[in-house]
Ligand binder design. Structure first.
Ligand code: OGA
Ligand code: MN
Length: 287
């Protein structure tokens, strides 16, 4: 039976009906999912218990899985799974200022995952194990619509420029103190550049930017950052946003090529938020 995609927010985001844990992920189904992802940017499956094995299986159906830079956050049995959780190893909720909390709060900035890689990711799958009652939503911004809505002077700027993305930069700008990365780890993630506008396989174009961006290539750093800030403000206007209010056992898959996302604040040092995340590698961004 074909999947049904129920649109969430004026053509952006869709809830999938008809995918069950036991369905085998054959090529026809995976093609449908890939097309749905490209068409809607964000896919949602509600109320489905998804084991770590199934999550990895779902990710593998889309492509090669990334392994994240921080080894201590990897799932013990599945290194591809990133434990995105505000619980320490001892099961206690983090303190507001400790590095784990600082890292999580870093995702409150608009970003697209792993844009600091030469080959950034295609999509992220985030599964909610336990979520707070208040706060902790995730917002997604549609960068295809945002590019279309950009004033013509800024459109010219984004069409003509490339951005420098750097993991060392974005980590250094987290909202608090982090454990320093080792020089070996840092050396693995040198700055990369990507076009500010991406062209996708279906011919549509989107903005490509976010929190890993350090500056505009070849431009005075401050001047470039001001422009980036201006475009970001235009691109994240309310009409481009879908906000996901999580419930336990939700799975959200987002297209990192054509969307930005951010975590909304919650009472991180008092309420539990436990998520499992995988990212699927993509292709080199081209304009
Ligand atoms: C991420 C991320 C936001 C959230 O996992 O890449 O940005 O809502 N998460 O946890
Ligand atoms: Mn993210």
């Amino acid at each position: 039976m074909p999947l049904a995609f129920d649109v969430l927010e004026e053509g952006f985001g869709a809830e999938i009906q008809g995918l069950r844990e036991t369905d085998s992920l054959g090529p026809a189904l995976v093609d449908e999912l890939r097309k749905g992802l490209a068409d809607f940017g964000v896919l949602l499956i509600r109320n489905e218990e998804i084991t770590p094995e199934r999550l990895v299986q779902l990710g593998n159906a889309f492509g090669e899985l990334e392994i994240l830079p921080e080894p201590e956050k990897r799932h013990p049995d599945h290194p591809e799974i990133f434990n995105l959780s505000n619980l320490r190893d001892d099961g206690q909720v983090v303190d507001y200022e400790e590095p784990q909390s600082v890292f999580l709060r870093g995702t409150e900035r608009w970003h697209t995952d792993s844009s600091f890689r030469n080959i950034p990711c295609l999509c992220t799958m985030l599964y909610a194990v336990e979520v707070p009652e208040n706060g902790g939503e995730t917002q997604f911004a549609n960068m295809i619509a945002a590019l279309e809505g950009l004033p013509s002077d800024l459109r010219e700027v984004v069409n003509q420029n490339r951005l420098v993305h750097s993991y060392v930069f974005s980590r250094a700008n987290n909202p608090g103190r982090m454990d320093p990365m080792s020089p070996e780890e840092e050396a693995k993630y040198p700055p990369v550049t990507h076009p500010w506008v991406r062209t996708h396989a279906d011919g549509r174009q989107s903005l490509y930017m976010g929190g890993h961006v350090s500056h505009v290539e070849g431009m005075d750093v401050n001047e470039g950052r001001e422009l980036v800030e201006l475009v970001l403000q235009e691109a994240t206007r309310p009409e481009f946003i879908y906000e996901h209010q999580w419930a336990d056992n939700d799975l959200v898959i987002w297209d990192n090529r054509s969307t930005l996302h951010r975590l909304r604040p919650y009472d991180i040092s008092n309420t539990r938020r436990v998520m499992r995340r995988i990212t699927v590698a993509g292709t080199e961004p081209v304009i």
